[in-house]
Structures are given as structure tokens and as C-alpha cells.
Write a protein that binds this ligand. Structure first.
Ligand SMILES: [Zn+2]
Length: 374
């Protein structure tokens, strides 16, 4: 019995590995795969045949020959399965449709203030169905809905334990998922952002993601997984103290990073528009430079402290992270001034996804759960 299940595991792992290879490499042939993944040609051929049979891989003519018989081209049937990501924030929802290769097929951000009640979720469901109609998405292909929620998400108890920003406590997943016609998967918003940055990246095995949005959060990504922590609170750096007894934080304490580095401290200086703030900063306008200088002073303390503990890359994400690319050098310099071990701060990176990272991460989680079971 044990031997049988082990054999099945091996078969599944092989199939999974082959499928991921095809996903990553566009058009490939059986001999290409065999060589790259170090499996025999008959094993690879048998697996790709099975994947073609299931409609997950397609044949795409013949590849250029380098002598001998021309090999058949194989590619992933990218749109054979789809997933939607829903990002719930205080004033908006974000919706993203993605496929097996993680391509963003459509992204919509809709103004919809959160309220804890049936009407809100019914409206979200209406917006979701409209969104799917707009893109003529085949519901049969939809694997599920990944939901990014700004709060502590307890995957063991299947419960949103707490969201300060939305003012809710102890929300069972089931009380949200019952409004939608698809299987639902929940993630914390910073975790979702980190997942989007990490899961399809070849270069990042381990990194810390700071989400600098209207609240500050963070997540630790390690070898294709998110580190959740004992109480699913790993990475909540928004509430690390950067100034003893400092400015009041929305959490009720004082001196938290959130009280200095929430995106709102920048956008407030520019009529509530973060784009306007960064445009002014780009032009070197004094008032904006002053605000940015203060902001990055505190951010540098946090980044240096996080790096001291983890010694890994730190990705600046969230709304501010998506604008900060042109200013990364200044931040690196401030951090390296604080760093005992010198260095040039090259471990600080800007995020790749400009918009919708949390919604995309939530959708990619659904895709990954499917691929793991192929
Ligand atoms: Zn706080």
C-alpha cells in the first residue's frame, strides 16, 4: 500500500515538474524537456501525452530541426484554467483575471466602500459577475476566487481574526464565501502582494515584502511559500515601534511604523493624490522633498531593522513601493548609513507589479493550488 502511494507521488511530482517547465519556457519539445528536467524521453512523452489529453498542454506544429527528425512543439494551454483575484480594501475592490501562466487578462479597480454586511458582499458579487461578463470569461474554466483581505487571516481556524482598518473581528471564511458561486481562498493583503512578487520569479528564493499602502504591512516569502507565523501575524511590521512613545497609530499604540510610513502621509501633502506627490517630488519641489525626507528617515529605520533579523532581500511594495523605483538609491543610502555591516543597500528592491499586486497574488494562489495537484 505504502509503495503504491509512493509511486503515485513520484508520478505526480514528475508530471508537475514537467508542466511547470512547459509553463515557464513557451514552446518546447519532448527532447528539450527530457534534457532539461533529466527524465527519460519515454517518461516525458507519456506525461505530455497525458497533459495534452487533459487539455492543459497543446501541440503547436514542429520546431526547427538541428538535424534528424523535427520535434513537435508543445506549449501550455494558458487559458484552459482561469482564476480571479479579489482585493478588498477600505474604499475599493480590485478584480483581476489570470490564467495558468499568471498573465493579467484584465484588471479593474472599483470604488466601493467596505461595510460589514450582506448588502456589501451582494454588491461585490454583482461586480464580480459583471467583470466576468465583460471579459467573456468561461465560468466552467474558473478554478476559484482568491480573496485578499487587509487583516489577520487564520488559515487553520478559517477565520479573519481581525481587521483594524475595516473594523471587523472574527469573520468566518464561510460567511464571506457563501456570497460567491466559486470556491474561495483567503490571504492577508501583504501576503498576497508578496506572493505575486515571488511565485513566478526565478531569482527570489527568499525576501521580505513591505506593503506601503494606506496601511503598512509585510510578508516573508521563502521558497515558494509564505511564512505565516504562529498566530498568522508574521511580518506585521506596520506595528513595530520606530519612535518610543511617538505619534499615535490607528491600532491604539504610539510610535508604530504605520504612523510614519502609511501612504497617506505622502498623498495628504498632494491633495490626496499619490501620483501628484511623486510628480512634484520628481520636479524637486521643496515641500514634497521635505515630506519625503522625513518619510524615508523612518522607512530606513524599519528596513534596516528587518534586514538585521532576516539578512535577505527587501522588496518595497504597496502603493508607495510602486512609485518608489526612481528613488530607490536615496533609500538605499539612508539604510546603508544605519547598517552596522556597511554594504550599499543593494538588497533593497522595488516591486515589479505596479497595480493590483494583492489581487494578482490572491488569484495566483488559486492557480498554484491547481498546478500542485496536476
Ligand atoms: Zn500600530
Amino acid at each position: 500500500m505504502k509503495k503504491q502511494s509512493t509511486n503515485m507521488e513520484v508520478k505526480k511530482n514528475n508530471r508537475n515538474y514537467i508542466f511547470r517547465y512547459i509553463c515557464k519556457h513557451g514552446v518546447v519539445s519532448n527532447p528539450d524537456i527530457s534534457y532539461a528536467v533529466k527524465m527519460s524521453l519515454p517518461t516525458v512523452t507519456q506525461n505530455t501525452k497525458e497533459l495534452i489529453g487533459r487539455g492543459l498542454v497543446e501541440e503547436t506544429g514542429e520546431l526547427e530541426s538541428t538535424g534528424g527528425r523535427r520535434a513537435k512543439g508543445l506549449t501550455v494551454a494558458a487559458n484552459a484554467k482561469l482564476a480571479v483575484g479579489l482585493d478588498i480594501t477600505k474604499n475599493h475592490i480590485g478584480l483581476i483575471l489570470t490564467n495558468l501562466t499568471g498573465e493579467i487578462l484584465r484588471y479593474n479597480r472599483i470604488f466601493l466602500p467596505f461595510s460589514d454586511g450582506e448588502d456589501y458582499y451582494l454588491t461585490v458579487n454583482d461586480r464580480l459577475e459583471e467583470f466576468l461578463d465583460e471579459v467573456s470569461a468561461d465560468r466552467e474554466k474558473l478554478l476559484g476566487l482568491g480573496i485578499s483581505f487587509p487583516g489577520i487571516v487564520d488559515l487553520d481556524r478559517e477565520l479573519i481574526v481581525h481587521s483594524h482598518i475595516l473594523g471587523v473581528d472574527s469573520v468566518p471564511f464561510a460567511s464571506v464565501s457563501r456570497f460567491f458561486a466559486y470556491p474561495c481562498y483567503f490571504l492577508n493583503d501583504a501576503n498576497a502582494g508578496a506572493y505575486a512578487e515571488g511565485i513566478r520569479s526565478e531569482s527570489m528564493e527568499r525576501f521580505f515584502y513591505i506593503s506601503l499602502s494606506n496601511t503598512v504591512g509585510g510578508a516573508l516569502f521563502d521558497n515558494d511559500e509564505l511564512i505565516q507565523g504562529k498566530g498568522f501575524r508574521c511580518g506585521e511590521v506596520g506595528h513595530m515601534t520606530v519612535v518610543p512613545d511617538g505619534a499615535p497609530c490607528y491600532c491604539g499604540k504610539q510610535g508604530c511604523l504605520d504612523a510614519y510610513c502609511a501612504a497617506v502621509y505622502l498623498s495628504d501633502a498632494a491633495d490626496g493624490k499619490l501620483e501628484r506627490f511623486f510628480a512634484g517630488l520628481g520636479r524637486g519641489e521643496e515641500a514634497f522633498c521635505k515630506v519625503w525626507d522625513r518619510y524615508t528617515d523612518y522607512l530606513a529605520i524599519a528596513v534596516n531593522n528587518i534586514h538585521m533579523i532576516l539578512d535577505c532581500d527587501i522588496v518595497l511594495g504597496g502603493y508607495v513601493g510602486s512609485f518608489a523605483r526612481g528613488h530607490i538609491q536615496e533609500i538605499r543610502e539612508k539604510v546603508s548609513k544605519r547598517n552596522t555591516f556597511a554594504g550599499d543597500g543593494a538588497f533593497i528592491k522595488s516591486c515589479n507589479y505596479k497595480t493590483g499586486a494583492a489581487a494578482l497574488g490572491a488569484a495566483l494562489k488559486v492557480i498554484e493550488l491547481f498546478i500542485k495537484e496536476i
